[in-house]
Design a protein. Sequence first.
Length: 159
Amino acid sequence: MTTVATLAAEMSASFETRTRTNGDEFRCLKDGSPEWMTDVLFDAHDGMLPDDWRYRMVESAVDAIADSDGNEDESGEAADAFVPVYNRDRLEWLASNLTRAGYCDDAASEGLVADDAPILDRIAAGIYAEFQEVYSAVVEALRTQVENSDDDDDDSDND
């Protein structure tokens, strides 16, 4: 039987590291990965153009979901683990897309960080908030895929 965790494990195993012509490494799906994995990535990007941070968030999310023993709604620990420790990484995240400042503002308004928190703590809260969003999108996309695979199984049973 297909479950969210089994699909997450399958997707987790489909990521690889590649190198750009400038020498920068990045994570992506292997060539020939099933189309549903691309659909999950697309859903997790939620209108954002392809983005290395989002790809890493999706990969971390599917890793956590695969290890969740069926409790895929527990995203807090995975988000905590994803937030970079180093300030340079936090600043790179913020600078990578102009919309990311909004995550910091939203995190502050939702009480994820104190009103008087230093900027780097606010950025960490923004990363946490974005990861939570991505995690939720990945879970929903995987649930949809499970439903679709169950429908396909039902159709083949009726043949």
